[in-house]
Design a protein around this ligand. Structure first.
Ligand code: KG4
Ligand code: ZN
Length: 337
């Protein structure tokens, strides 16, 4: 079975073809970063309009690269995300499936992220813990199988990627701030400032990162605002975020007894976080799995893969189109139910 995956939940148009036997056949991505850069963040209406312009030509390019052939099902991201952007992928995906006479499936964007390491040559086995860290989410999830999700921890305010982006912005770094801040942190002095590790002094697995952003702002205002200060603050911020996530992951491992950790979502591309969690899991006698960096951020491959799992199990959507800006992972049904 060959499945076309479509991702349009935010500022990336991603498409891919996943084959049950051959694996990932082809994938293509168009990033809107340049379009939103001068506004310092994603402008939802511009995002939707750009998906309208780019999606069908990108699917055509994907099909050409794959050398044609039939598609047996279509998977589209149905949420969570920007509703206008979601609707573009949902309508296109549902419409193509209808015209081709094949089933369509609505995919949860975060399910795509947490299954992304399954596309790698040495995938993790179930059950595993997933740390999902993106621009919109900071989640710790216990994964028992496809669609068997228990949310152990969630962000009570800013998501971790959002905190990276906002902190980068207040330091005057270009959009998108996360990767720029991480790059700058490499040059920072780790001993100069110590930022708090939010919510680590009490039990529980929830996250809060908005206070760190304020701490960074105050530190920046009180400094001479030199390049040195900027790099040292970036370093202190990144160290605090990485340390906080490592503390919560260790807690989740000990609480559940599960020693396999998957890290996914855009912030999963952060090198310092990857190194730290690899060390942690080694110390716990377990292992950490990551998607390749290009499949950490939004992409069509993870949607094609998640959709394949459900379509292959016989699940499909009716003709009405699903687009849900808010959607809990815990509402999903198991693929084998
Ligand atoms: O998963 P993603 O592509 O989109 C969402 O679903 O949100 O994640 C994007 C987020 C942005 O906040 C971006 O700044 C952050 O991931 N990000 C990073 C890095 N690469 C991307 N944050 C820290 N370090 C990085 N290397
Ligand atoms: Zn994402």
């Amino acid at each position: 079975m060959r499945v076309l995956g479509i991702e349009t939940s935010c500022d990336e148009t991603g498409v891919a073809l996943y084959d049950g036997e051959a694996g990932l056949v082809a994938h293509a991505l168009y990033s809107q970063v340049a379009l939103h850069a001068r506004y310092g963040g994603v402008v939802p209406e511009l995002a939707s309009r750009d998906h309208v312009r780019k999606l069908l030509p990108l699917i055509q390019k994907l099909m050409d690269e794959a050398g044609g052939g039939d598609v047996d099902g279509v998977a589209y991201t149905a949420g969570p995300g920007l509703v206008g952007a979601l609707l573009v992928g949902a309508m296109t995906g549902r419409g193509l499936a209808w015209s081709w006479g094949v089933p369509a499936i609505a995919v949860h964007h975060m399910e795509g992220h947490l299954l992304a390491p399954m596309l790698e040559p040495d995938p993790p086995g179930f059950p595993f813990l997933a740390l999902l860290v993106s621009g919109g989410h900071s989640l710790l999830v216990e994964v028992g199988g496809v669609g068997r999700y228990t949310v152990l921890g969630d962000s009570i305010d800013d998501a971790v990627g959002e905190a990276f982006d906002k902190t980068a912005k207040l330091l005057g770094l270009p959009y998108p701030g996360g990767p720029a801040l991480a790059e700058l942190a490499l040059k920072g002095d780790p001993a100069r400032f110590t930022f708090p590790r939010p919510m680590t002094d009490r039990p529980g697995l929830d996250f809060s990162f908005s206070g760190l952003k304020t701490f960074a702002l105050n530190t920046w205002r009180e400094s001479a605002q030199t390049d040195r200060d900027r790099a040292d603050i970036a370093r202190a911020f990144e160290d605090a975020v990485v340390d906080t996530m490592a503390i919560k992951c260790r807690r989740a491992v000990r609480q559940t007894g599960i020693h396999t950790l998957v890290v996914a979502g855009g912030v999963g591309a952060n090198r310092s976080l990857r190194e730290r969690l690899a060390e942690l899991m080694e110390g716990e006698g377990g292992r950490v799995y990551y998607p390749r960096p290009e499949f950490c951020t939004d992409n069509g491959a993870m949607i094609a893969y998640a959709g394949f799992q459900r379509l292959a199990a016989g699940q499909a959507e009716p003709l009405n189109v699903k687009a849900m800006p808010r959607w809990s992972l815990e509402e999903l049904k198991p693929a084998d139910a």
